[in-house]
Design a protein around this ligand. Sequence first.
Ligand SMILES: Cc1cc2nc3c(=O)[nH]c(=O)nc-3n(C[C@H](O)[C@H](O)[C@H](O)COP(=O)(O)OP(=O)(O)OC[C@H]3O[C@@H](n4cnc5c(N)ncnc54)[C@H](O)[C@@H]3O)c2cc1C
Length: 502
Amino acid sequence: MNTEQIKNIVIVGGGSAGWMTAAMLAHQLESNISIALVESDSIGTVGVGEATIPPIKSFNRILGIDENDFLKKCNGSIKLGISFENWPRKNHQYFHPFGRFAVDFDYMPFPYFWQKYQASGNTTPLHEYASAWQLAKHNKFSLPAKDPKSLFSGYDYAYHFDAGLYANYLADYAKKRGVIRQEGKITQVNCHADNGFINTVTLESGQQISGDLFIDCSGANALLIEKALGVNFIDWSDNLLCDRAISVQTSHQKSISPYTRSIAEQAGWQWRIPLQTRMGNGSVYSSQFVDDQTAMDELLSKVEGELLTDPKMIKFKVGRRESFWHKNCVAIGLSAGFLEPLESTSLHLVQRAIMRLVYLFPSKHCEAVNQKLYNQQTVEEYEHIRDFIVLHYHATERDDSEFWRYCQHMALPTALTEQLALFTTHGHLILNGKDLFKQDNWLAVLTGQNILPKAVAPIMSFKQRLDLPRTMKSILQTLESNVKQLPKHQQYLQQHCHFSTK
Ligand SMILES: Cc1cc2nc3c(=O)[nH]c(=O)nc-3n(C[C@H](O)[C@H](O)[C@H](O)COP(=O)(O)OP(=O)(O)OC[C@H]3O[C@@H](n4cnc5c(N)ncnc54)[C@H](O)[C@@H]3O)c2cc1C
């Protein structure tokens, strides 16, 4: 028997982060290891987190989850991207699609051709060339085409789902694979006197639970990483001002759209997340610039349909933990950090944290070198996502409120300043293969927010072989005619994954 091997893992918290972690660890670690998950019914979970991004599909796939079964049981729908409304200015809309824009020509990405076409006077927005938007705009969905030459092979998709049902779904999965759920409120965290590692947690009942490795999924409480181990939180509210949210569910009024809506307001924005049987609505705002009652009134005056729940207010902090893995404790989920929900990246960060932990899984000593790499990579990931979100707020012409004027003029993180300088010169971008947001994501938001290069990339003046106006017109015609043949999103859901409350 290997005495160095971790034998007992304790996960503190049973929100999305806790159960995602429990399910994946139960799947990845062979028997011979005990996994306990402690959650408190009296504390509950944050209860939001219903829009995702495409990599969630690979998380579910690794677990061997059947997509239709999951959508059926989690009240799920399809998400092809985000419609940003009123962001660069009022009465403006653009779409951040999942997947690629059209196809590349001559080894140059399509958006360079679009920029050249635009510079010659054409005004068709870039998103019109994305098959994801063409589907979204017509409320259609089918799985991407397998033929790589098809314009309908390049889009990607994610899900909207009920966060509580997803946690239950993964809890069933994890419990079937041996994870023990323990209900109770932790009142004390006890550490070894010699090395400061966490040894046990004590429940209100007096019961003690011991472990070799502790995963802190206790949400904003950050019970282990902060309260017991004292790891600081780095605050990013200088660039991300929103610190409160109100969420409320309503009945559907129209057909179920396959995309999230993000509608900019005076001091923040509102979300609309369509599930099969209801709409999730919310307002995310900065308490420095609008009071709670005004934000609530603004939300309730704009939601459609009958209210199905009482509005719920959530306070949050934006930023990240100074270290995500400290001693024998790894913080995953809201205890690790939060970057506000604008691009639905939180569950993705949970997923990345879990997979990184699996890859760097330590012995009982929690080797410092593993921790160092884990922390470095996680910091890079958080900073990259932060910069992408900050771009949405900063790249605005809106000056109709103090909030937007602050965003326009705020000092930016250095990497984002460099990105903007490079892009506005010739349309190039600083890209790192590991980054979540790729060229097409940056382009969608930059061009959507009316940030354009001052000049077309010089290389494009050599690209004369293509009849640009004809090609661009033909792409739009092909997209328009093909999309007509595809099923409605609602029809797709009814046929493949109809949600039933029974
Ligand atoms: C307004 C808002 C909107 C969001 N929208 C999205 C979105 O669209 N997409 C997305 O990906 N993410 C979104 N997120 C983030 C997402 O909700 C979270 O990342 C996700 O739910 C994970 O939360 P969690 O499990 O870390 O915390 P929680 O859900 O808060 O769970 C914490 C758990 O710890 C337990 N716990 C705490 N203290 C104790 C104790 N003393 N003893 C025992 N148990 C304890 C609780 O009982 C609970 O089970 C949003 C977040 C907010 C605030």
